[in-house]
Design a protein around this ligand. Structure first.
Ligand SMILES: O=C(O)C(=O)C[C@H](O)[C@H](O)CO
Length: 307
C-alpha cells in the first residue's frame, strides 16, 4: 500500500461502557460491585493502533450523557481522533455487563450508535484513511447500521483497504441469519474470523473450508484460539503461525488486539508471517490483563509492543 492520506485507519462502530464484576468468578446475578471500563470492538482496535503510533480516527455516535463523555475521553486519551464522534441528545450511550466466562447482558437496543446509517456516516469520511476497519457487530445493531456497513463495503472510486472482523455475537443475531456476515465479509479485502465463530455462524468445520467459502478477500485470517492463526493471501496455501504460550487473565478483546497488531504490520508492509506474529503479540498482551482493551498498559509496555 502506498497511500499518502493523513489518516492511516478509520474505525467505525459502537462503543459501550462496560461493567465487569469486581470479584472475579462472580455471576452477573450475584455481583454487588462492578468495575467500569470501555468496550467496543472497533474502538478497541482504534486505541491499540493509535498506541502503536498510527494515525487513527474513530467514527461513531454516543449519547449526550456522562457515559458518552467517558467513552469519548477514554478513546481520545489513547491518541485516537474523535472529531467525527457525534453526540445524540435523544438516545443513550450503550452499556454492557459481562463476566470473564462468556456471560453478557447488553443494554444497547436503541442506543445512540444504533442510529448510524448511510445518511449520517458518509463514505467520504469513512474512506478517508488507507484502511477502513469494520466488524460484524455493526450490521447486527439496526437496519440503518446494516445499511451503513453495506454502503461502506461497496466498491467505488477511492475505496481504501476494507478490513472486516467477523465478530459474530450470537446475543445480537438471535433471529437474524448470520450468513449475512459471510456475504459482507466477501466484499472486503482483509477478513479476520475465529475458526469457532465460522463453525457456529456458518457451519464451516475448519480454516480450509472457510477459505473455500470466502475466496474473494485478498487476505483471510482464521484464528484458532490458543493454537495460533492461519492466513491465506491470494491463491497461496495458508501460512500458520502458532500463538505464544500466555497466561490467561481475561480473553475478551483478544480478537480486537490481534486485528490491531495484524493491521499495524499490514500498514508497515511486513510479510504475512510477521503480520500474524504481531497479531499474536498484541492478543497475548490483552489476555494478560483485565478488561476489553489494552487501556491499562503503560508507556513502557507500549514501547515494547511498538518495537
Ligand atoms: O460485544 C460487543 O459488541 C463489543 O464490542 C464489546 C467488546 O469490547 C468486544 O466484543 C470485544 O471484542
Amino acid at each position: 500500500m502506498t497511500g499518502t492520506a493523513a489518516v492511516d485507519v478509520v474505525c467505525v462502530g459502537e462503543s459501550m461502557v462496560t461493567f465487569v464484576p469486581s470479584a472475579p468468578g462472580q455471576r452477573l446475578a450475584d455481583a454487588a460491585a462492578f468495575d467500569r471500563g470501555t468496550g467496543g470492538a472497533e474502538s478497541n482496535v482504534a486505541c491499540a493502533l493509535a498506541r502503536l503510533g498510527h494515525a487513527v480516527r474513530w467514527i461513531s455516535r454516543v449519547g449526550a450523557d456522562p457515559f458518552g463523555d467517558h467513552l469519548v475521553t477514554a478513546v481520545a486519551a489513547a491518541g485516537v481522533d474523535v472529531s467525527e464522534v457525534r453526540r445524540d441528545p435523544g438516545r443513550p450511550t450503550g452499556v454492557y455487563f459481562r463476566t470473564g466466562d462468556g456471560e453478557v447482558a447488553y443494554y444497547r437496543a436503541g442506543s445512540a450508535a444504533t442510529a448510524m446509517n448511510p445518511g449520517n456516516v458518509g463514505r467520504r469520511d469513512a474512506w478517508a484513511g488507507r484502511v477502513l476497519h469494520l466488524s460484524g457487530i455493526t450490521p447486527a445493531l439496526s437496519r440503518g447500521c446494516a445499511d451503513l456497513v453495506h454502503a461502506l463495503t461497496a466498491p467505488g472510486p477511492g475505496r481504501p483497504l476494507v478490513s472486516f472482523d467477523v465478530n459474530h455475537r450470537p446475543a445480537l443475531w438471535r433471529s437474524a441469519d448470520p450468513r449475512r456476515l459471510a456475504r459482507l465479509a466477501a466484499r472486503c479485502d482483509l477478513v479476520l474470523v475465529g475458526e469457532d465463530e465460522a463453525a457456529a455462524a456458518w457451519g464451516l468445520p475448519d480454516a480450509d473450508a472457510v477459505r473455500e467459502a470466502l475466496p474473494g478477500p485478498a487476505v483471510l485470517v482464521v484464528k484458532q484460539g490458543a493454537r495460533g492463526a492461519i492466513a491465506y493471501e491470494g491463491c497461496a496455501d495458508g501460512v500458520f503461525v502458532p500463538a505464544p504460550d500466555t497466561p490467561v487473565v481475561d480473553l475478551v478483546g483478544a480478537g480486537d488486539a490481534f486485528a490491531a497488531g495484524f493491521l499495524s504490520a499490514t500498514l508497515r508492509a511486513l510479510p504475512l508471517r510477521d503480520r500474524l506474529a504481531r497479531g499474536h503479540a498484541l492478543a497475548a498482551a490483552v489476555i494478560g490483563v483485565r478488561g476489553d482493551s489494552l487501556a491499562v498498559l503503560g508507556d513502557e509496555a507500549w514501547g515494547r509492543l511498538r518495537a
